[in-house]
Design a binder for this molecule. Sequence first.
Ligand code: FES
Length: 99
Amino acid sequence: MSAPPLSPKPTRQILVCQHRTCRKQGAAKVLAAFQALPVNGVTVSGSRCLGECGNGPMVVVLPEETWYCRVHPDEVPAVVQRHIKDGQPVKAMLYQKYH
Ligand code: FES
């Protein structure tokens, strides 16, 4: 019997805050929109408060620590295509405090 194939370690992570303020601003739908567009090697998770309440829904892409603020579910395909797949963060959506 051969060993099961090892799954590749995810190299990137998308965190979508699911804490109180971001939830009120629609973070559950943003998380669902990312989960609906899976990309190989990239994990999508809900996170605890990212410390930027009121600017949400907040999204962080790791390991490069790219922050997006006030993310709307309709904007998620652009982040997935342009940033995650093509490597170009979506400048108009970046959180100015960190970028
Ligand atoms: S509730 Fe989302 S950053 Fe605090």
